[in-house]
Ligand binder design. Structure first.
Ligand SMILES: *[C@@H]1O[C@H](CO)[C@@H](O)[C@H](O)[C@H]1NC(C)=O
Ligand SMILES: *[C@@H]1O[C@H](CO)[C@@H](O)[C@H](O)[C@H]1NC(C)=O
Ligand SMILES: *[C@@H]1O[C@H](CO)[C@@H](O)[C@H](O)[C@H]1NC(C)=O
Ligand SMILES: *[C@@H]1O[C@H](CO)[C@@H](O)[C@H](O)[C@H]1NC(C)=O
Ligand SMILES: *[C@@H]1O[C@H](CO)[C@@H](O)[C@H](O)[C@H]1NC(C)=O
Ligand SMILES: *[C@@H]1O[C@H](CO)[C@@H](O)[C@H](O)[C@H]1NC(C)=O
Ligand SMILES: *[C@@H]1O[C@H](CO)[C@@H](O)[C@H](O)[C@H]1NC(C)=O
Length: 383
């Protein structure tokens, strides 16, 4: 009896030793996490939430990750704006305990964070981060295409687990700032010329296909002949309203757009094609959904355009298209150095993310009926 009692006591002690509190684990990891600890403790509400929360995963940027921010616009915003700091920290916490083994079991997972504040995101439910597996390790994709890699996984504590990451997560920005940071200026210029910038920035739950500057240049001879209405129609054909479709949810099928006509999605050999255009950078998280960069401008009057998987870039989906000097729609759009710096602050370029993990683990085809929400109707009226 007494022996059993002692054994239980020892077991209880062993459990306690394996699961320190948040305060204990942060103190023990101060060589790596003292910067994060200082930021978190500067926001009493955030600290209390984290210390009391159960079943969470903290994506903890290392001291070096914070050092890299020094003197950046992001660092000054964190210092000067407590609400932004709260949003930023909340975005670094996953709702659920995701050990490394949970994350390596799928090539890509879309994970809910604790960021659910209307001023900082416009997706139904909380804002997301995406985990990706490469070379057996785990990375997290955040706003604008930033990739943060796990350095130390499974630092367990009473409320869940902590993964130390090598760069901070980027809070997904609005469409305007995302396009500027990625130098996708032709799309931004076209959006402005068609008068749909505000609506694209504020309508919740969008999936946006964004043509590269080269894609617009390839139809350069045609764009000057377009009315604002025609341009609005073409741009509306690039937007799936009311549904945030991450690459892991993309499958073959026909999907309704804001413009009204359908797009044809095909997954071939791990590449995703939208009509004839290829997705060349997937899952650029934006405040109100997700963007995927494509190598051609989509033509609502040419839904039957077929992909050519062996071509290095799609041939234009507009008959009679040819390129002109310069990139259309870009005059007067300056990429601010600040925006570029913040998009690349974690060292990854938005238009060079990893190959699209298309088609894998796909659950169901995208149903057209599910795609129209209240926001879409408002947007439709303006397009
Ligand atoms: C975590 O998700 C659950 C289920 O969606 C939700 O009820 C809960 O409020 C979330 N927790 C936090 C801390 O946001
Ligand atoms: C993690 O994996 C374990 C074991 O398969 C499972 O029981 C648990 O539900 C998973 N956790 C999450 C958050 O998916
Ligand atoms: C979300 O949309 C509202 C308008 O519906 C807008 O005021 C707000 O700025 C948007 N938030 C973000 C982060 O873009
Ligand atoms: C944390 O817990 C998980 C799940 O029980 C386990 O796989 C992992 O090894 C633990 N981490 C450490 C450092 O012990
Ligand atoms: C986009 O977001 C930035 C930063 O929050 C903000 O200053 C800007 O006004 C927003 N742009 C639009 C068009 O909503
Ligand atoms: C942005 O794109 C334009 C046109 O495609 C190109 O000339 C310019 O060098 C790019 N700027 C940056 C900062 O990449
Ligand atoms: C449709 O796109 C194809 C290229 O995929 C192009 O050859 C054809 O001319 C286009 N048709 C129209 C009507 O624009």
């Amino acid at each position: 009896m007494q022996l059993r009692h002692l054994t239980l006591l020892a077991a209880a002690k062993a459990v306690a030793a394996q699961a320190p509190t948040l305060a204990e684990v942060l103190a023990a990891q101060s060589e790596t996490l003292s910067s994060l600890t200082t930021w978190v403790q500067s926001q009493q509400a955030v600290y209390s939430l984290l210390a009391g929360a159960e079943d969470i995963t903290i994506l903890a940027p290392s001291n070096k990750a914070f050092e890299e921010l020094a003197n950046s616009p992001l660092a000054s915003q964190l210092t000067s704006d407590p609400n932004f700091l709260t949003a930023f920290l909340s975005y670094h916490v996953l709702n659920g305990t995701y050990y490394a083994s949970n994350l390596t079991s799928s090539p890509q997972l879309v994970l809910p964070t604790l960021l659910d504040l209307a001023n900082y995101e416009n997706v139904t439910g909380p804002q997301k981060v995406i985990s990706r597996v490469s070379d057996g390790g785990v990375s997290f994709l955040s706003g604008g295409g930033s990739l943060s890699t796990v350095q130390t996984a499974n630092v367990n504590y009473t409320g869940g687990t902590i993964h130390v990451i090598d760069s901070v997560l980027n809070l997904p920005a609005n469409v305007t700032n995302t396009l500027l940071a990625a130098n996708l200026t032709a799309t931004l210029g076209a959006v402005r010329q068609a008068g749909v910038e505000d609506v694209l920035n504020t309508t919740p739950d969008l999936t946006v296909f964004v043509p590269t500057n080269d894609a617009f240049a390839a139809i350069g001879n045609l764009v000057s002949g377009l009315t604002a209405e025609q341009l609005g129609g073409i741009l509306g054909y690039h937007v799936i309203p009311g549904k945030v479709v991450y690459s892991s949810d993309i499958a073959d099928g026909s999907v309704a757009t804001l413009e009204g006509s359908n797009l044809n999605i095909r997954v071939q050999d791990g590449n995703v094609f939208v009509n004839s255009a290829k997705v060349i950078a997937a899952d650029i998280l934006i405040a109100n959904g997700v963007a995927h960069v494509i190598d051609g401008v989509l033509n609502p009057d040419n839904a039957s355009a077929q992909p050519n998987p062996t071509a290095s870039t799609a041939s234009p989906a507009f008959s009679g298209a040819s390129s002109t000097d310069g990139v259309p729609f870009t005059s007067g759009i300056a990429v601010p150095p600040a925006a570029t710096a913040s998009a690349t602050s974690s060292g990854s370029s938005p238009v060079s993310t990893e190959p699209v993990a298309g088609g894998q683990g796909k659950v169901a085809a995208i149903g057209a009926a599910a795609l129209f929400g209240a926001g879409a109707v408002a947007l439709m009226n303006q397009l």
